[in-house]
Design a protein around this ligand. Structure first.
Ligand code: ZN
Length: 97
């Protein structure tokens, strides 16, 4: 089950400011990260709508990564330099001309 917007918003500290994502000004925003510019880190603040959307994106991406990991689980990655078959070679690989 998903987290309801209100529940999610309660996890952040809100202050009036500008949203980095939709560029609304003087709206309740929460710090969602920071951006480094010329060696200085500035806080990134997003409004409630954008925080919810970013949270959705975060979940979509982690779900996708988990699915990818599960899909790859049965096979073992072949070590670099080894012929990409499960069976070991019974003779040396042909020379490349
Ligand atoms: Zn926004």
């Amino acid at each position: 089950m998903g987290v309801r917007p209100g529940e999610l918003w309660n996890r952040f500290d809100w202050a009036t400011g500008n949203c980095f994502r939709c560029e609304q000004t003087n709206v309740p925003v929460a710090e969602v990260g920071e951006i480094a510019m010329a060696g200085t880190a500035f806080p990134l603040c997003a409004c409630q709508r954008c925080v919810f959307r970013l949270e959705q994106l975060h979940w979509t991406m982690s779900e996708r990564a988990a699915r990818l990991r599960n899909a790859q689980a049965p096979g073992q990655p072949s070590p670099l330099g080894q012929w990409p078959t499960k069976a070991p070679l019974n003779r040396p690989p042909a020379h490349v001309a």
